[in-house]
Design a protein around this ligand. Sequence first.
Ligand SMILES: NC(=O)c1ccc[n+]([C@@H]2O[C@H](COP(=O)([O-])OP(=O)(O)OC[C@H]3O[C@@H](n4cnc5c(N)ncnc54)[C@H](O)[C@@H]3O)[C@@H](O)[C@H]2O)c1
Length: 303
Amino acid sequence: MIGAGLMGHGIAQVFAVHDHTVTIFDANPKVLDAVRSRIQANLHRLGEDASALDRLRICPALEQAVAGADFVVEAAPEDLKLKRQLFAAIEAAAPPAAILASNTSVIPITQIMAELADRTRCLGTHWWNPPFLVPLVEVIETQWTAPEVVARTIALHQAIGKTAVHVKRDVAGFVGNRLQHALWREAIALVEQGVCDAQTIDTVIKASFGRRLAVLGPLENADLVGTDLTLAIHRIVLGAIDSRPYPSPYLEKLVAEGCLGMKSGQGFRNWNTEDIAALEARVTRHLRDAQRHDTAENPASSP
Ligand SMILES: NC(=O)c1ccc[n+]([C@@H]2O[C@H](COP(=O)([O-])OP(=O)(O)OC[C@H]3O[C@@H](n4cnc5c(N)ncnc54)[C@H](O)[C@@H]3O)[C@@H](O)[C@H]2O)c1
């Protein structure tokens, strides 16, 4: 595991819980020092067995961390130049048969891996936060990835309880973030145009199609209402939906003014410490309930 921040420590946790030995490297010694106790606290909160901690190896050098690896996952910051440098170092130090994966959110894997000598063993594995509560991992194939590398990666993630899907073309944002940010773009545009305020956007989604989304995907929904109705709706509404191929000026202005969201106390909405704690508790409770429900339906998926 290269990078042990928000995503990296959680990904390491999932592999360790499912009996894999995980060697973890992070460039920040403080992060590295804290990773074991961070995972211990997660396991405690989730009511899971602490024996996973015995399978963690904390490693202060990248070369040493990947030297014996079968599978390397990178979760360093979302910076193309940094990721390219990291994979050059990983390729030089990892065994030739190791699979190399990036957890990038939106950067095409092709761009990250372009300079490597053996690109047949490289792909994307895109997890969602928190990795131990959100089931999906998108497995992103590039034009160079060997089919057996895709198949082994999907099998590996299924075996650790994840819902692994095959993304067959390496497009920016893959599948999940393209869909998510299509929605966010329109949400921001509606606020920008004064149609409603930010709180109303979130209420509309949470109290309507958001309620169904976890059990009814958009294309299931289109088939439910009929493709003919979907077509009729699209003929009227698509021309009105924001399609600017760049970030909203409203969003640019928020960032320029230092309104960075919860971390600065103000973004689309104002936030205080209690609001933030309540929101985090609400999301965690919801995701844990959903995971318990999944486990009850399919006991084989539990750790
Ligand atoms: N946060 C999310 O919800 C989320 C979800 C899916 C994917 N991602 C992607 O996962 C990656 C990591 O995101 P995050 O949210 O965990 O970020 P983060 O900032 O919490 O963690 C990144 C870690 O990388 C470490 N790091 C920096 N330079 C390094 C280097 N040269 N070598 C090794 N480690 C280094 C940092 O010290 C930090 O601990 C990004 O590509 C991000 O886009 C994030």
